[in-house]
Design a protein around this ligand. Structure first.
Ligand code: SAM
Length: 214
């Protein structure tokens, strides 16, 4: 299965986005991930050095043009692309591996309450993307990618994946944040799976928002 992220956040990529894309690269492999729709003026130097080192494939081409440069990611007109969408018509299932070759994700940082920006993709490519849900709760982009990877590539049904909803991430006795997302649980540690470096970044961001109050 191939995974395409339609980048919908600002450039240069924030640290959050960089960590999420890095985790996706580690999960599905560099040959199976493509970040598309970056602004036309984007240069390699605009992308975090560690993503380039890990072999991140990226393009300024839009979803309906990428087959011209990346034929293995299929032509959108072949209708082999499914859009991972919290408001999709049906749940993604293991059998969908027979129908689709590419999963499309919105490269969107989650908001609370969710703003349904994924919907912009349905409007942008009318009639060309089939929406599939991974349950109704919002996941981070890397979690949604991992979840689809489990279902399609590892053939683990959605019902058998262990999740944790809205976990409280505690940094110390007095400092904690609640993350308004669903995460996959790590079987071994019993903790939510997060990109490497994300805890540190969450702590830095939560301290920053406290400082901004003063
Ligand atoms: N509230 C956001 C919005 O504006 O649509 C959700 C964005 S979510 C952080 C980033 C991407 O992960 C979505 O565009 C979608 O592709 C995928 N995603 C997250 N949760 C999902 C779910 N429950 N089902 C299907 N896809 C999901």
């Amino acid at each position: 299965m191939k995974y395409i992220v339609e980048h919908m956040e600002t450039m240069p990529m924030s640290e959050w986005v960089t960590l999420e894309y890095k985790k996706m690269l580690q999960d599905v492999g560099k040959e199976n991930l493509l970040i598309c729709s970056l602004p036309n003026e984007t240069k390699t130097t605009d992308i975090a050095e560690e993503l380039i080192q890990l072999g991140l494939q990226w393009t300024t081409l839009q979803l309906d043009e990428i087959h011209t440069k990346f034929p293995s990611f299929t032509n959108i007109k072949d209708k082999k692309m499914c859009l991972l969408d919290p408001r999709g018509d049906s749940e993604l299932s293991c059998e969908d591996i027979n129908q689709f070759e590419v999963c499309i994700l919105g490269g969107i940082l989650g908001s609370h309450p969710p703003r349904d920006r994924t919907n912009e993709l349905k409007d942008k490519y009318p009639g060309l993307l089939v929406g599939k849900r991974l349950g109704a709760l919002q996941m981070s982009t890397d979690t949604a990618c991992r979840c689809a990877h489990y279902i399609l590539d590892k053939q683990i049904p959605f019902d058998e994946i262990k999740f944790i909803d809205y976990p409280e991430i505690r940094f110390s006795k007095r400092e904690a944040v609640e993350m308004p997302f669903r995460y996959i649980l790590d079987d071994v540690s019993g903790k939510p799976i997060l990109p490497d470096g994300m805890l540190k970044l969450m702590k830095k961001d939560s301290q920053q928002s406290i400082e901004d109050l003063f």
